[in-house]
Ligand binder design. Structure first.
Ligand SMILES: N[C@@H](CCC(=O)N[C@@H](CS)C(=O)NCC(=O)O)C(=O)O
Length: 205
């Protein structure tokens, strides 16, 4: 059976859990990371030298990097649906996966750690800058979803999966946000999916 290492409140682990639930792939999740430890052990680091979660083991094939795991799973189990076969259609959604890793995800880390996890370690200036960065990303997502239901158009797919955990944090941290009707409508649409409601929980921890 597919194995997944990672704590359930990690956004990067949530992407993989969400993907596995969406694709109806049975898996065993092993707690790892932060309070659960494990990532510091030689055995874990032999699989993932970064000592980070998530890591999967698919019948002996070990893989880390959350967005790559999502691409791998969708290509293996959902070619033509979650993983577009057309090269241009795939690049069209993949750009949003890389944007999540490089822009939106790092922005959301500030309200997550600065307002929920370790507020004592953040200054008011850092929080303000982080909130501004999240608003800039939210404006981009609002424009994206002004003419489509999901990232690739009508069908929910792999880019929606990787954007959702960060969106869940931004739309639920205790801060005043600008209204983003299209972005919020996408999130509400996605939240109706059983896999999404099963993985993305409140309160945020
Ligand atoms: N680029 C990596 C980043 C992985 C990462 O930063 N994971 C965090 C959790 S979101 C982690 O392992 N933190 C240390 C820990 O939980 O012990 C990925 O997308 O998989």
């Amino acid at each position: 059976m597919m194995k997944l290492w990672g704590r359930a409140n990690s956004t990067n682990v949530q992407k993989v859990m969400l993907c596995l639930h969406e694709l109806n792939v049975p898996f065993e999740r092993i707690e790892a990371g932060m309070a659960f430890g494990v990532v510091g052990t030689p055995g874990y680091q032999a699989m993932n030298p970064n000592a980070l979660v998530p890591t999967i083991d698919d019948d002996g094939f070990v893989l880390w990097e959350s967005n790559v795991i999502v691409r791998y799973l969708c290509a293996k189990f959902a070619k033509g649906t979650y993983w577009p076969e057309d090269v241009a259609a795939r690049a069209d959604v993949e750009r949003w996966m890389d944007w999540q890793q490089t822009v939106f995800g790092p922005a959301v880390r500030v309200p997550l750690w600065g307002m929920v996890r370790t507020p004592d370690k953040f200054t008011a200036e850092q929080i303000t800058a982080g909130v501004q960065a999240c608003e800039a990303s939210a404006a981009i997502l609002d424009a994206l979803f002004s003419d489509r239901d999901f990232v690739g158009g009508k069908q929910f797919g792999m880019a929606d999966i990787v954007l959702l955990p960060a969106a869940h944090i931004w739309l639920n941290v205790p801060v005043a946000r600008q209204p983003r009707p299209h972005f919020e409508a996408w999130y509400a649409r996605a939240a109706k999916r059983p896999a999404v409601s099963q993985v993305l929980k409140l309160p945020i921890t």
